[in-house]
Write a protein that binds this ligand. Structure first.
Ligand SMILES: Nc1ncnc2c1ncn2[C@@H]1O[C@H](COP(=O)(O)OP(=O)(O)OP(=O)(O)O)[C@@H](O)[C@H]1O
Ligand SMILES: [Mg+2]
Length: 156
């Protein structure tokens, strides 16, 4: 894999894509561990790998729990990793409120399964450097989180 090409225009990139099907409670864990493996092979720091895996898990889980179906894309370039989920679903009417620790609209049934603490989005925010959420009620949600990677000299 060519990761050494530093040319600004045409940066080498690796893109991993996953389909998120309705009620697939396993896809979040599966995608997180598959990406984790790839990132470890690419030599990312354990901290970056851990943060990216958390972001993927929480973002995909939200699609499964709160939306209907969607897609996960993970785009890796030498400077950063972008985690992108796009879903079809009810959307988020108040994103600021949704970002609050402890806020959740999860049903009793979902809470019984151990989800719905209202900590997923705050966790994503904490584990990423940039977070952008766009949502249209009744249509769906796009979440983009960026994790910057330390350069080789900074890894130490
Ligand atoms: N993709 C989404 N589509 C629709 N609503 C969403 C989506 N993601 C989050 N939300 C809304 O934002 C709220 C907060 O999300 P967050 O991930 O912080 O908590 P949670 O999923 O309810 O619980 P936890 O993540 O702790 O299991 C959700 O309860 C839901 O109302
Ligand atoms: Mg959540």
């Amino acid at each position: 894999m060519n990761r050494i090409n530093e040319e600004a225009e045409n940066k080498p990139q690796l893109k991993l894509e996953f389909e998120i099907k309705e009620k697939d409670f396993n896809v979040a864990g599966e995608a997180a561990s598959k990406v984790k493996k790839t990132l470890q092979q690419l030599g990312l720091t354990p901290e970056a790998v851990r943060n990216i895996a958390i972001v993927i898990y929480e973002a995909v889980m939200n699609v499964v729990i709160h939306a209907t179906c969607g897609q996960l894309k993970v785009i890796i370039i030498p400077e950063r990793v972008t985690v992108l989920t796009e879903d079809k679903g009810i959307g988020i009417s108040n994103i600021e409120l949704a970002m609050k620790e402890g806020y959740s609209t999860a049903t009793h049934e979902i809470r019984e399964m151990g989800f719905g603490a209202g900590m997923g989005l705050p966790n994503i925010k904490q584990c990423s450097h940039k977070l952008n959420i766009k949502s249209q009620v009744g249509v769906g949600t796009v979440l983009e989180a960026i994790i910057y990677l330390p350069s080789k000299d900074e890894k130490g």
